[in-house]
Design a protein around this ligand. Structure first.
Ligand SMILES: Cc1cc2nc3c(=O)[nH]c(=O)nc-3n(C[C@H](O)[C@H](O)[C@H](O)COP(=O)(O)OP(=O)(O)OC[C@H]3O[C@@H](n4cnc5c(N)ncnc54)[C@H](O)[C@@H]3O)c2cc1C
Length: 396
């Protein structure tokens, strides 16, 4: 067994955090020929307590925000390049159904009328469905007043495969990806980091990609964006094998009622349990106010019983053929008040991605490419002013 390479005292780029943002940045730097890169991760790469863990993430262009819709189209262009680099398919295109109530308000994932307007404006293909058409086509039980939009070119990013591909790309380029090495501070001028073990790494550029933990490193520099942390529940459920091929990827919009936030989502059968039963993934897309926290380490990773009850209730009453909940997980959203990300240069030597909420994985190749450009002293290839660190929504 070879011993790990010693941690260098000096490098071109230090990336702090080994989730979606840090690893996509490393892979982009690798492809641009930058080999002198150290990525430091406090725990393990894309671990289960952070936000990039799991086998799937939705991708779609069905947005109520025209800017995000355009950026999602740009990300899809970059995903195709990413798949060429990887030599394999990293996404599954099986469509996405938005369905539920239509009311005059945007949720954190948009709305049915808003998405329809933007898709009409930008010429994105979709089908409009009523409740009877939804029930005939999928094993779902929509209420009579529900309407739906089906975007056939949407689908799921295989996030587990993507993470493995970025790790291979970075390691093959000679990057050091160092696990179990928390960064304790960033130098005042952004020109290096100190690890909890006392080791200092000086760098020409530092990229902070720490998800919900970003504030802990940036607050001492006075650079922390305003973020809230939401504990998000998701689970796997086994389903009737006779219906396994018919579950869509779906997002259900309903207005908040009492302690039920009303937003639920699910994925089709993409994998099986260890004993071979087909399973779907499903989750709740809101967190009760009393569970939202500002301090990352204050978030509980235990699934709250009431949320589990609500998710079970939705699944067993609104889908056909759902059998048993077999895995239950809490993962954090890092949320800004306008539900948009932060991707920006904070100082001449320091760049940041944070606030990925429940939406950023689909933008990963754009996020990685943009962070890599900032680390090379360039500007992102597209206008990302909507993700500015200076905007009012993220000012403390
Ligand atoms: C349940 C859930 C469902 C989602 N669904 C979708 C979806 O369907 N579609 C979509 O597009 N997006 C989705 N998202 C959003 C997307 O997955 C996240 O926004 C994205 O993965 C965040 O990646 P990140 O790299 O910013 O953060 P993380 O993955 O959290 O990575 C941050 C890393 O930094 C490390 N770190 C922290 N502090 C330090 C330190 N001091 N030193 C060193 N390392 C440190 C952490 O250990 C962690 O590994 C979902 C998110 C969740 C949680």
């Amino acid at each position: 067994m070879t011993s790990p390479a010693p941690i260098p005292a000096q490098t071109s780029v230090v990336i702090v955090g080994g989730g979606m943002a840090g690893l996509s940045c490393a892979a982009s730097l690798a492809r641009s020929g930058i080999t002198d890169v150290v990525l430091v991760e406090a725990q393990t790469l894309a671990h289960a307590k952070a936000s990039s863990f799991g086998e799937t993430r939705m991708f779609r262009e069905m947005y109520s925000d025209p800017v995000l819709c355009r950026l999602a189209q740009e990300a899809n262009r970059l995903w195709r390049k990413e798949e060429t680099h990887a030599g394999e398919t990293l996404r599954q295109t099986h469509g996405l159904l938005f369905y539920g109530e239509s009311w005059n308000e945007e949720t954190i994932e948009g709305s049915i009328p808003g998405a329809r307007r933007v898709m009409d404006d930008q010429g994105i293909p979709y089908e409009a469905l009523n409740a009877a058409e939804i029930a005939a086509r999928f094993p779902l039980k929509p209420k009579a007043e529900f309407t739906g939009l089906f975007e056939p070119t949407a689908g799921a990013v295989r996030s587990d495969k993507v993470i493995a591909h970025w790790i291979r790309t970075a390691r093959n380029a000679g990057h050091q990806l160092i696990e179990h090495s928390p960064v304790s501070s960033i130098d005042a001028d952004g020109g290096g980091v100190r690890l909890e073990n006392g080791h200092h790494i000086a760098a020409d550029q530092v990229v902070v990609a720490c998800g919900i933990w970003s504030q802990l490193l940036l607050a001492p520099l006075g650079l922390a964006p305003k973020l809230e942390i939401w504990p998000m529940l998701w689970a796997h459920y086994t389903v009737d094998p006779n219906l396994a091929d018919r579950y869509p990827q779906w997002f259900c919009f309903q207005q908040e009622r009492g302690d039920d936030g009303g937003l639920y989502y699910g994925f089709p059968v993409l994998s099986r349990t260890e004993d071979g039963r087909p399973r779907i993934k499903s989750g709740i897309d809101w967190a009760p106010k009393e569970l939202r926290v500002a301090e990352p380490n204050a978030m509980s990773s235990e699934p709250p019983p009431r949320l589990v009850e609500l998710l079970d209730h939705f699944l067993f009453n609104n889908l056909e053929g759902v059998q048993e909940r077999v895995e239950t997980v809490i993962s954090p959203y890092s949320m800004t008040s306008d539900v948009n990300f932060v991707l920006d240069r904070l100082t001449p030597k320091l760049s940041l991605f944070a606030g990925g909420s429940g939406q950023s994985f689909k933008f990963a190749p754009l996020i990685g490419d943009s962070l890599a450009r900032l680390a090379r002293g360039e500007q992102p290839a597209v206008d990302l002013s909507c993700w500015s660190h200076q905007r009012q929504a993220v000012r403390p």
